[in-house]
Design a protein around this ligand. Structure first.
Ligand code: DOR
Length: 440
């Protein structure tokens, strides 16, 4: 008889890369040890999954957990608690914190801050600055680093790398994934003068217009081609970029945000005011339609939340002084499951875009699929459960969500991180077991 398991997930519908099959999953020492009929094998613990779907642990590749930063807005414990409540088993955390993650000392401090504080596993971005380019090749090789993040626009201070010479130099330094917030700084700066404080927040679509995004993406892709260094363009937000990037799949990969698949302007701004302001912006319906067309025909590699909490006071400042960014890690999966229920994509496709895709693009080891030998990370969902997103459910201290009142069909029931059931039926369980993710 087979050795016993630490945990068995019983009788769920497993979302495998090749289709959906009903089977048990046995976990030993934090890894998937067996799949099949495991009814006869002893198990120290079981998780009943009958009538539920078992997805590979979902990865949100784009969160800003604000730690170090302002604990009244968010911390690693709060942000990762929000993640597991929302069915997310791994997050990749952006480096634009206070202090920004630009060198090994800061990275070491941030990684040390995961132990005993993170509820899910965490990949860490490091930021490119004009000053740290010579050290990037070494920095990107440090444990836990998922990628380099570059802001070519929409950033201030040392994290802005807007000129071609610096971009080319950083592309030539290193070999791992480089992720671009590709809006064009020069066009953004020039256009700022067209708007006045107190203009309606829907003007965010005009300030950060289509050409700001498209111009920036064209510039990054041209430099990626010239240097041979692949580019991952995060939060692609326009029909124009999605068509263009289809011609560059050998050198560029694509992230689309749940917001750009779910919300449109000007309606979102009329309803939410400053709580709809993010960069790149929520845009007109034709861009949402183009994002869904790109999802359907395979042009999108990853879906993320760009979880970027800010205090209510910062969101309520008159536009364009409104802080840009929306809370999102906890609502990402419920909103995407609702799209599954509406027939926009299949659960298998969701697992591809929210687990396998990020694992492939960022070279995460042992994550992204249900397979023996992989990490025992699972997102267990009930595709028929109906529930309305309420602000009282949001674990981030900022306390708001742009999806308040959104009625979802489909809800996360359990989150398992390397064999530890950290969330079940809305309850966070055990201790924070999250650790830095291993990357190739
Ligand atoms: O709207 C945004 N907010 N876009 C970004 O790229 C950064 C983010 C933040 O950190 O607040």
């Amino acid at each position: 008889m087979m050795d016993g398991f630490d945990l068995v997930l019983r009788g769920g519908w497993l979302v495998l890369p090749w289709g959906i099959e009903q089977a048990d999953v046995g976990v030993r020492a934090g890894r998937i040890a067996a799949m099949g009929d495991l009814g006869q094998v002893p198990a120290a613990a079981t998780l009943e999954c009958r009538n539920l779907h078992v997805l590979p642990g979902l990865i949100d590749p784009h969160v800003h957990l604000r730690d170090p930063g302002d604990p009244a807005v968010e911390t690693i414990p709060d942000g990762t608690r929000a993640a597991v409540l929302g069915g997310i088993a791994t997050v990749f955390d952006m480096p634009n914190t206070a202090e920004p993650i630009t060198d090994t000392a800061r990275l070491d401090r941030k990684r040390a801050g995961l132990a005993g504080r993170a509820w899910c596993d965490v990949g860490l971005y490091v930021a490119a600055t004009k000053a740290n380019i010579p050290g990037l090749a070494a920095l990107e090789q440090q444990p836990g680093v998922c990628a380099i993040k570059v802001f070519t626009g929409s950033a201030r201070g040392e994290m802005l790398v807007e000129d071609d010479a610096s971009l080319e130099a950083l592309m030539r330094s290193g070999r791992r994934r480089v992720c671009y917030h590709a809006e064009d700084h020069f066009r953004l700066t020039e256009r700022r003068a067209l708007f006045e404080v107190g203009d309606p927040p829907a003007r965010h679509m005009d300030w950060h217009d289509v050409e700001c995004a498209f111009l920036g993406t064209r510039r990054v892709v041209a430099l990626a081609r010239a240097t041979g260094r692949p580019a991952h363009i995060v939060h692609v937000s326009t029909a124009e970029e999605l068509d263009y990037l289809a011609e560059h799949r050998d050198i560029a990969s694509v992230e689309v945000l749940v917001n750009h698949l779910s919300q449109v302007g000007p309606e979102a701004y009329e309803k939410l005011g400053g709580y709809a302001v993010m960069s790149p912006p929520i845009r007109e319906r034709r861009h949402l339609d183009a994002a869904w067309a790109a999802v359907r025909d395979g042009r999108v590699d990853c879906i993320g939340s760009d979880h970027a909490p800010h205090s209510r006071a910062a969101k309520e400042r008159p536009w364009p002084e409104t802080a840009s960014g929306l809370t999102g890690v906890q609502t990402l999966l419920p909103v995407m499951l609702d799209h599954v229920a509406a027939g926009k994509l299949s659960l298998t496709h969701l697992a591809e875009l929210m687990s396998a895709g990020p694992a492939r693009v960022y070279w995460a080891l042992r994550k992204g699929r249900l397979a023996v030998g992989y990490d025992a990370d699972f997102t267990v969902v009930d595709t028929r459960h109906r529930r309305t997103i309420e602000e009282s459910w949001i674990a981030s201290p900022c306390g708001w969500t742009p999806f308040a009142g959104h009625r979802c069909t489909g809800w996360p029931k359990a989150t398992v991180v390397r064999g530890n059931v950290v969330m079940r039926e809305d309850e966070v369980l055990g201790t924070p077991v999250g650790a830095a993710v291993a990357f190739r």
